[in-house]
Design a protein around this ligand. Structure first.
Ligand code: FES
Ligand code: FES
Length: 226
């Protein structure tokens, strides 16, 4: 058997265990393993591995600390102490009690978490809260006026544009932005530009009817119906 190869095999095995335990980059940086396998004896390698492991054990554990961030939401500024990896969706729901924004897939495919950042629709589950500092976030709670619903909310009610209602806040936030974007000329365009908002209850015809009503009330174009 090729002893030199056998030695390398052993080292690789030990290295994988150590990398799994301590992290790849920290381990490789310390041992510089790729440079020395063939030239070092088995004993030297073992000594080096032992020494490196001892050094790694004494390193302080480093990780993201909570950070202070100021979020401007629905006209109010809230200061939060959050892990910088917190999504806007979790900041809203778990830390600001704004549960109108829904968590569906939490991976950017359903649209239930749609909110606006500087009036543009975004998926809150794919947006880091910390990146929203200095921007205006609007959620479904900030859409209605003091005393009355937004016209799109009224239209959803009058057209029965929901069943379970879980997707509805995201649909409404998207629908209002859609009209501002000018992407509601006809039903095909509405369907295309609302395609990021999934409705598992398949209330799509009623959602489009609600959007058409608000569009037409604002002097929009086509009167096409499903
Ligand atoms: S929860 Fe964000 S897209 Fe589904
Ligand atoms: S109303 Fe149920 S998912 Fe849309």
């Amino acid at each position: 058997m090729n002893t030199e190869w056998f030695t390398a095999q052993e080292v690789i095995f030990v290295s994988f265990v150590c990398m799994w335990r301590y992290g790849r980059s920290a381990y490789l940086k310390k041992i510089a393993l790729t440079n020395g396998v063939r030239r070092m004896s088995k004993k030297d390698i073992e000594k080096k591995v032992m020494k490196t492991n001892m050094q790694i054990k004494t390193l302080p554990m480093l990780g993201p600390e909570p950070m202070e961030m100021a979020l401007h939401i629905n006209g109010h500024v809230s200061t939060l102490l959050l892990d910088p990896r917190t999504s806007l969706l979790d900041a809203l729901r778990e830390h600001l009690n704004l549960s109108g924004t829904k968590k569906g897939c939490d991976q950017g495919t359903c649209g239930a978490c749609t909110v606006w950042v500087d009036k543009r629709r975004v998926l809150a589950c794919l947006t880091l809260a910390i990146t929203c500092q200095g921007h205006e976030v609007t959620t479904i709670e900030g859409l209605a006026g003091e005393t009355e619903l937004h016209p799109m909310q009224r239209a959803f009610l009058s057209h029965d544009a929901f069943q379970c209602g879980y997707c509805t806040p995201g649909q409404i936030m998207s629908a209002v932005a859609l009209l501002e974007e000018g992407h509601a000329t006809n039903d095909a365009e509405i369907a295309e530009w609302m395609s990021g908002n999934i409705c598992r209850c398949a209330a799509y015809p009623n959602i489009r009817a609600a959007i058409r009503e608000v569009r037409d009330a604002k002097g929009g174009s086509s009167h096409e119906a499903d």
